[in-house]
Design a protein around this ligand. Structure first.
Ligand code: G6P
Length: 612
């Protein structure tokens, strides 16, 4: 987490950095700061969001054509002005911004303290810049060399940019396990944690690889080398992102915009893969490793958060349609429990950001153990996308709201495409069923458009329940992961305690919580275990719980028992999650807005979790 931005060139650096930090706030928003170099280093840091920094800095000296900025998600030390980045070296010649964690900072700090260094903050980052300063003095070497030596001494994850008062025309950037993109303009450079602060200035970017150091000198070409001092030829790529995709476009919040983008993001995720004319699906990554997939002993999904929920949907789909055994693992558990994996396994990581530290580590472990590794990521060029043998991008476009919405449905779309491709190749479903299911999948964006029209009704229900203290979400089969996702959405952004449960498990615990105060969201579409969910609804009603039911259009049975029904269009059972999740996203959105919560940046959360 944490977002970093830097600029060096002929333009005013501060407005570029400030705008960039606002774009990166999804990565952390407990404090922010900038260091601007104009003869001296002017350092401004403030606890709170980037807007607090902006208020604080507006009457200060902001003139500079070189600068670095940071928005923080605290790891070492509480959020306060002092712990905010940038951090200065002891002699105040150098300033650093850092995203990641220096794991051996404590030992380094003790050593440096013995040598007379004094620290102003509790951060690991300040230790790193002091270490660099110390090496530069001790070795009497150039700054790039000092950075290289220091990075060989540190253990941990970092994306850093260093500003040097003694060499005002040069920034030094480096990465290991935390993302860093360099935008290449005309004699100028932009550096950021992702491409969103860069896209409006240049489309030419270099994604730094782990263990690389970039030297960015005003008016010169980018120079890259490794921390082992090997020169690297920069691979300059063209960004495909456009500016509109990262702006609110008239919506009050990014989350609402992203909910409404789902017909398009689902369509885009199928584009070039599902051919509606021939009724065939082509998935590049799957074709490339076809025999591996068809002979796989099992598929293991590793993911976190919302992506873990879509993995559960993927498990149901692939086992149901393609008849390949599937397991779903929390990446954080998988990586530390000595799992049994071999070359006959396929490990699929699902990650919107492609940067989640636990998911990345789980993937690396699976690779070491010989499994083929596949990625389903949204962010192009992200660490997970680059680590995998093959993969499929979700094409949802940038997701900025911290609570994931369109990335979830795009992931499920990709999983549906994979399940159908494998089922067709294995012959585990008939040709006619395959064709029928492909057509139904192709129609999903239209159904999502229809279901979005129920927004006003969901808003009305939200008003009635916005003050509830607990919520229970129930679903079965394909809708069980949707119940988990509905509960997660609500707790993430409205801070109401919510639990998702497989409906039948209710009687083994949560039923004890039910009384007239307890709203229960029951997903009871007319497929699969419909009758059983109806019985669960009756059990809730018998205990005076309030039922908000998600039902298939025209359902009369549930209407008679539920307090509220939200009707959604009928589709094939395996595609239900793509439709049934929409009202749950809207419900959590409206409740959070009505409770005055910060929907796009909920407290304590960050969108890209690059720490364990
Ligand atoms: C964070 C985000 C969630 C996301 C999870 C996994 O917790 O707030 O929205 O689902 O990380 O992120 P990933 O980028 O790997 O999908």
């Amino acid at each position: 987490m944490c977002g970093i931005v830097a600029y060096i060139g002929e333009q005013e650096a501060y407005p570029i950095i400030l705008k960039g930090l606002k774009r990166l706030e999804y990565r952390g928003y407990d404090s922010a700061g900038v260091a601007l170099l104009n003869g001296n280093i002017n350092l401004y840091k403030k606890k709170g969001k980037v807007s607090k920094l902006e208020e604080f800095a507006h009457d200060k000296e902001l003139k500079a054509t070189v600068g670095i900025g940071h928005t923080r998600w605290a790891t070492h030390g509480p959020p306060n002005d002092e712990n905010a980045h940038p951090h200065l070296s002891g002699d105040e010649f150098y300033a650093i911004i850092h995203n990641g964690i220096i794991e051996n900072y404590d030992a380094l700090k003790k050593e440096l303290t013995k040598r007379g260094h004094q620290f102003k903050s509790d951060t690991d980052t300040e230790v790193l810049i002091h270490l660099i300063e110390d090496i530069r003095k001790a070795e009497d070497c150039d700054m790039v060399e000092a950075v290289r030596i220091a990075l060989n001494e540190v253990i941990g994850a970092y994306a850093i940019v260093i500003l040097d008062k003694t060499n005002p025309d040069r920034l030094i950037a480096a990465r290991n396990s935390s993302p860093l993109v360099v935008g290449i303009g005309d004699g100028e450079f932009f550096v950021a944690s992702d491409a969103t602060p860069i896209v409006e200035y240049t489309k030419n970017v270099v994604y730094l690889e782990d263990g690389e150091i970039a030297v960015l000198e005003k008016g010169k070409d980018i120079k890259i080398s490794t921390i082992k001092n090997q020169a690297v030829t920069p691979y300059i790529q063209e960004l495909e992102m456009n500016l509109e995709a990262i702006e609110k476009g008239g919506y009050e919040h990014f989350m609402l915009k992203e909910i409404y983008e789902q017909p398009t993001s689902i369509r885009n995720s199928m584009l070039g893969r599902l051919n509606p004319r021939t009724g065939l699906i082509t998935m590049g990554g799957i074709e490339e490793y076809e025999s591996k997939f068809l002979n796989a002993k099992r598929i293991i999904f590793v993911a976190c958060g919302t992506s873990w929920h879509s993995a559960l949907v993927g498990e149901y789909m692939i086992e149901d349609l393609a008849r390949i055994p599937v397991e779903v693992e929390y990446a954080s558990e998988f990586r530390y429990r000595n799992p049994i994996i071999d070359e006959n396994d396929i490990v699929i990581a699902i990650s919107q950001s492609g940067e989640t530290a636990d998911t990345l580590a789980a993937l690396k472990l699976a690779k070491e153990k010989g499994a083929m590794i596949y990625g389903i990521c949204n962010v192009v060029g992200s660490s997970i996308a680059r680590e995998t043998d093959a993969g499929s991008y979700t094409h949802a476009g940038p997701e900025i709201g911290v609570a994931s919405t369109k990335a979830f449905t795009a992931q499920i779309t990709i999983l549906a495409l994979i399940a159908l491709t494998l089922a067709n190749k294995k012959g585990s479903i008939s040709k006619s069923r395959y064709t029928n299911l492909v057509n139904q999948l192709n129609n999903v964006p239209n159904l999502v458009e229809t279901v979005l029209k129920i927004n006003d009704k969901v808003k009305y229900i939200s008003e009635l329940y916005k003050d509830a203290r607990n919520f229970l979400y129930l679903g079965r089969g394909y809708n069980f992961p949707v119940a988990l996702e509905g509960a997660l959405k609500l707790k993430e952004i409205s801070y109401i305690h919510a639990e998702g449960y497989p409906a039948a498990e209710m009687k083994h615990g949560p039923i004890a919580l039910i009384d007239e105060e307890m709203p229960v969201v029951a997903i009871a579409t007319r497929k699969g275990s419909y009758d059983k969910v109806v019985s669960n609804i009756q059990e809730v009603k018998a205990r005076n719980g309030k039922i908000i039911a998600i039902v298939t259009e025209g359902d009369e049975t549930v209407k008679e028992m539920a307090d509220h029904v939200i009707e959604i269009p009928e589709t094939e059972e395996f595609l239900d999650p793509l439709i049934s999740v929409i009202p749950l996203q809207l419900l959590s959105y409206h409740i959070a807005v009505m409770r005055g919560c910060n929907v796009d940046q909920p407290r304590n959360l960050a969108k890209s979790v690059t720490v364990e």
